[in-house]
Design a protein around this ligand. Structure first.
Ligand code: FES
Length: 98
């Protein structure tokens, strides 16, 4: 796992995009404090998933409102899946494994 930034860079209930080894990764900080990471580019038409609305289960793309499971990356609305990545917090740093 490699450090990608501080957990404090992401407000509770929001996502932010990080560039990791040339890939754009959306990292989400859920309202319960847990962290999820998915590919940042929506597989529908390229929308920014980190800007989507989230709850504890799903992210909704801001462009056309398709939804993906935050834990698995599976689509909840009939689209292609997105990759999900292991991510953890250690001493306020985010560590991600591609
Ligand atoms: S670009 Fe994300 S739902 Fe269309």
């Amino acid at each position: 796992m490699k450090p990608i930034g501080s957990v404090h860079d992401i407000p509770f209930g929001e996502g932010r995009t990080f560039s990791v080894d040339g890939r754009m990764i959306a990292v989400f900080r859920l309202r319960d404090g847990s962290i999820r990471a998915l590919d940042a580019v929506c597989p529908h038409k390229g929308g920014p998933l980190a800007d989507g609305q989230i709850d504890l289960k799903q992210v909704v793309c801001p462009l056309h409102l398709n939804a993906w499971d935050l834990a698995t990356g599976c689509s909840l609305s009939g689209q292609k899946p997105v990759a999900s990545y292991p991510v953890r917090i250690d001493d306020d740093l985010l560590f991600l494994e591609l």
